[in-house]
Design a protein around this ligand. Structure first.
Ligand code: HEC
Ligand code: HEC
Length: 266
């Protein structure tokens, strides 16, 4: 290649890179997808499958099924409903696993291996070529829970969450009728009494889930319909249902001693 030609190529690449940044298009993992494929073939293929369709050997013993990566749909993103997750969101899932499912924590992978496998996952769906990740949901400063706010949280839970989560155990009327996820499998609302979700640990996590919903499942987003203050009230009420990280005995006693919610009063 002549020097002139090379200069033109470098310039074209620079323009290309600039355009990508300027239009806010895919800000993908800095990892190497070819190396990531090797990580995938070693540690992920038995569940997520050779075709990344979630149909690996272990899939038949897995409920829910391992994720099919071809649609680019991810449940536990910090971004609003319908948006792609950030690289940090994918890192969190790979690092911590999904509690109570077959998805194991891969804390022993090096940072480079995690980045590489994420870059590989991001090559598996067309979505990553045409869309960037969403902007993470803004989380306002967490207020301290009070008797009033938790009482309010309980009312809001009845109005917004109970049709699926019921009394907190996941026995709401919609759950009893039967819910199905986007991949066609039955899915049950989380038992919030367990004090831990697949992904959520803290009030902040509950806040993000309540705001953003869970992609690929019937759990809706609340952005628009609830204020940040109301979402904190719900998050603290949920935290008071079980031994979530940050939940205190006082908080649980407070919630247990509340009068029955007005929604179910005659
Ligand atoms: C033993 C089975 C198993 C192995 C091995 C496994 N996974 Fe998973 N993975 C699952 C299951 C099951 C789910 C779906 C959980 C759910 O939908 O609740 C999942 C979901 C995921 C998700 C989706 C998270 C979201 O927010 O929707 C990602 C990303 C993921 N796995 C990455 C990986 C990577 C990377 C590896 C290898 C380093 C891997 N998994 C290995 C079983 C596995
Ligand atoms: C239409 C039904 C529906 C409604 C309404 C609903 N959820 Fe859910 N929720 C679900 C389902 C289904 C899951 C399980 C998703 C999964 O396991 O992949 C879930 C899971 C959760 C989880 C666990 C997340 C994790 O890390 O595993 C939390 C927390 C949660 N919901 C909170 C709420 C709150 C708070 C509200 C009200 C603002 C609410 N949900 C409204 C259906 C619903």
């Amino acid at each position: 290649m002549s020097a002139l030609c090379r200069t033109a190529l470098v310039a074209a690449l620079a323009v290309g890179a600039f355009t990508v940044g300027a239009t806010g298009m895919p800000a993908q993992s800095a990892g190497n997808p070819a190396r990531g494929r090797q990580v995938y073939e070693r540690y992920c293929i038995q569940c997520h499958g050779a075709r990344a369709d979630g149909a690996g050997e272990v899939a038949r013993w897995s409920q829910p099924k391992p994720r099919d990566f071809r649609q680019g749909v991810f449940k536990f993103s910090s971004t609003p409903y319908g948006f792609l997750p950030t690289t940090a969101d994918l890192e969190r899932v790979i690092q911590n696993g999904l509690y109570g499912t077959r998805m194991p924590p891969f804390a022993a992978l090096s940072t480079r291996e995690r980045r590489d496998v994420i870059a590989y996952l991001q090559s598996l769906s067309e979505r990553w070529r045409t869309e960037g990740p969403g902007t993470p949901i803004a989380v306002t400063e967490e207020p301290a829970p009070t008797r009033e706010s938790v009482t309010q949280g309980r009312e809001l839970f009845e109005a917004n969450c109970a049709k699926c989560h019921g009394d907190g155990t996941g026995n709401g009327p919609s759950a009893v009728k039967g819910l199905v996820d986007d991949w066609g499998s039955p899915i049950t609302p989380a038992n919030l009494m367990l004090g831990r979700g697949k992904w959520a640990h803290t009030a902040r996590d509950i806040y993000i889930r309540a705001m953003g919903g869970i992609n690929g499942t019937p759990m809706p987003e609340s952005t628009g319909s609830l204020t940040p203050e109301q979402v904190w009230q719900i998050a603290h009420y949920v935290q008071a249902l079980g031994a979530w990280s940050g939940s205190t005995r006082e908080l649980r006693q407070l919630a247990a001693g509340l009068p029955r919610p007005s929604a179910v009063l005659p």
